[in-house]
Design a protein. Structure first.
Ligand code: SAM
Length: 223
């Protein structure tokens, strides 16, 4: 029996029009869509009138779900993996499934598209020929070590931060950065309230409200 293919399919990070033509074709052609959250992805799939069987696959899914998806692939079903937003596997579930699929000789095909890290960097105005992506910073242990790494980096550093930790993180980072370090915070990319805050760390902190809402990417260049 010919095995199915696993398509790692990027979806919009806010603006539904950012689904690529190829992603739409793939989502329309597969037998099963593994979604981080079936209800969340249901909005995108309904918008594009894509009606396919869905299965939830998130960070707490456990090995049983991986086995289930692999069984579909072994039976010849093509499966698309999508996350709530952006590119699966980039600070999103995907790694374990992809690694296990490759072990079984299943073809894994990337369907590229939006990712907040690249979307933020490309308009940041910071050097992007080389960059260091840190995903989400640890919330407890290891923060100081990473702050030091960010301050010492010869490359632009980019990381994701939740709105309720954003201001605290920037204030903590301030103690490690030189006053002329360049800081850019990208908010709500591709959405109505998209905004870039650019400046030194004090200027950027000054722009962020005490109780920010939305989604944020932080970029720092100290070189
Ligand atoms: N896989 C996604 C990607 O490719 O960008 C990232 C998923 S991660 C769980 C979610 C984080 O990405 C958010 O907390 C935020 O830091 C960042 N993010 C996602 N969408 C964003 C947007 N529209 N604007 C700014 N940041 C965004």
């Amino acid at each position: 029996m010919t095995k199915g293919k696993l398509y790692i399919t990027a979806t919009p990070i806010g603006n539904l029009s950012d689904l690529t033509l190829r992603a739409k074709e793939i989502l329309n052609s597969v037998n099963l869509i593994a979604c981080e959250d079936t209800r969340h992805s249901g909005i995108l799939l309904k918008h594009y009138k894509i009606d396919k069987p869905k299965l939830s696959f998130h960070s707490h899914s456990g090995h049983a779900k991986v086995i289930k998806i692999l069984a579909h692939l072994k039976n010849g079903d093509d499966v698309a993996l999508i996350s709530d937003a952006g590119t699966p596997g980039i600070s999103d579930p995907g790694y374990v499934l992809i690694d296990s699929a490759l072990d079984l000789g299943i073809e894994v095909i990337p369907i590229p598209g939006p990712s907040a890290v690249i979307t933020a960097l490309c308009a940041s105005g910071l050097p992007t020929d080389k960059f260091l992506y840190l995903g989400f910073l640890p919330t407890k242990k290891g923060r100081q070590t990473l702050f030091k790494k960010i301050a010492d980096s010869e490359y632009t550093v980019v990381f994701y931060e939740s709105p309720h930790r954003l201001k605290k993180t920037l204030k903590q980072l301030k103690d490690y950065l030189s006053p002329d370090s360049k800081v850019v915070v990208a908010k709500e990319l591709t959405k109505i309230y998209e905004k870039f805050y650019r400046g030194n760390i004090d200027e950027v902190i000054g722009h962020i409200p005490d109780k920010p809402r939305g989604e944020y990417v932080v970029m720092i260049n100290t070189a």
